[in-house]
Ligand binder design. Structure first.
Ligand SMILES: Cc1ncc(COP(=O)(O)O)c(C=O)c1O
Length: 359
């Protein structure tokens, strides 16, 4: 059985290693710029709202999100993080079998298992740079009722071509399958509209796109995610989800963040430039192989005769650096770890330490 392991467990790591120094966290894939200042201001301005229930179907937030995504509010279902919506979908459709990538984000598998379903896996192979195996997926569709895809995929960081996805969605429709595409990291992609399926999801019955404000807007603690699909399904699901699932601070900060176009532009530019430098520098370190990435994290393979990613994580924690040992991802092993792209200075610090450790 897969266990629930995520990055960003700073407290747990500090307890385990007895280190209360400040850690640089490369293990959680959050925008290193932190939340927009506008979001902090919005939260402070709404402190007095905590004695009231939050708006159940928050109009202003939905309008801001609809404008950001260039769709209509009728196509949006909000969630307490996109994780809530992954579980909502699994619970609503209750698929007997669900097709899921290996490696990918563990919650797709945990959500289908939680409702008694069984995951069926397709392999993303390091030998093929984790390239999306469209033909093998098409051939497996007959075995399942649902398909979960990460685009971009965590932890591999790569994107699926829109043409390939549309082919799969069309075939899934013919066979009566539902497809959920998780775009939690798509805001980091340079040309998000070339890859996002939001425009398709609003027209279709068998396609749901999931999104999140956790990663790009660095609002992980507030819990704010969304689902986009056709208006009829959204209306039905509005009545079936728990009430008041978006708290007053998430509502206020969400509106401010989504309207903060300068933050959006700056984040994309800085992270992209930092990723390119980071990737180039990592590829020059002996025994390390970074895989291509379109987002704010990089999957790296360590091919050292003695050392693996578990050893590397332990060694780096002692130097105040936390990485995500990726051996817990189904389909990977202890040769893989994942690094979030952080500030130029922090990335350079890690490169220096890695060079020292690995020679
Ligand atoms: C691919 C992917 N989807 C969804 C989530 C969950 O995001 P949220 O904070 O919106 O629940 C994560 C978090 O790690 C993730 O990596």
């Amino acid at each position: 059985m897969l266990s629930r392991i995520h990055g960003g467990n700073l407290r747990e790591v500090k307890e385990k290693y007895g280190d209360d120094a400040k850690l640089i966290d490369f293990s959680a894939n959050i925008n290193p710029l932190g939340p927009p200042t506008s979001a902090y201001k919005a939260i402070l301005a709404s402190l007095t709202k905590i004695e009231y229930y939050p708006e159940d179907n928050p109009k202003e937030l939905k309008r801001a999100l609809a404008d950001y995504l260039e769709i209509e509010p009728e196509n949006i279902l909000l969630g307490n993080g996109s994780a809530e919506l992954i579980y909502f979908l699994a619970n609503y459709y209750r698929p007997r079998k669900t097709l899921i990538a290996a490696p990918t984000f563990c919650e797709y598998e945990l959500a289908v298992r939680a409702v008694g379903g069984e995951p069926v896996f397709f392999e993303l192979s390091p030998k093929e740079q984790f390239f999306f195996p469209k033909d093998s997926i098409l051939s497996q569709l007959g075995e399942v009722q649902m398909l979960f895809l990460g685009n971009p995929n965590n932890p591999t960081g790569n994107l699926i071509r829109q043409g390939d996805l549309l082919e799969i969605i069309e075939e899934a429709k013919k066979q009566g399958l539902v497809v959920a595409v998780d775009e939690a990291y798509i805001d980091f992609v340079e040309d998000r509209n070339r890859f996002s399926l939001i425009g398709e999801a609003i027209k279709r019955d068998n396609l749901m796109v999931l999104g999140s404000l956790t990663k790009f807007f660095a609002l992980a603690g507030l819990r704010l995610g969304y689902l986009v699909t056709n208006g009829r399904l959204v209306e039905e699901w509005q009545a079936k989800r728990p009430p008041w699932n978006i708290n007053c601070f998430a509502q206020a900060a969400g509106v401010a963040a989504l309207k903060d176009r300068r933050f959006v532009q700056e984040s994309r530019q800085i992270i992209q430039a930092n990723r390119e430098d980071f990737q180039r520098n990592l590829s020059q370190i002996k025994f390390l192989k970074p895989y291509p990435s379109e987002v704010n994290f990089i999957l790296v393979e360590i091919n050292h005769p003695q050392f693996n990613s578990i050893w590397l994580q332990k060694t780096l924690v002692r130097q105040g650096i936390l990485i995500r040992d990726a051996s817990s991802f189904r389909g990977l092993n202890d040769r893989f770890f994942r690094l979030a792209v952080r500030s130029k200075r922090e990335n350079e610090k890690l490169i220096e330490v890695l060079k020292e450790i690995l020679g």
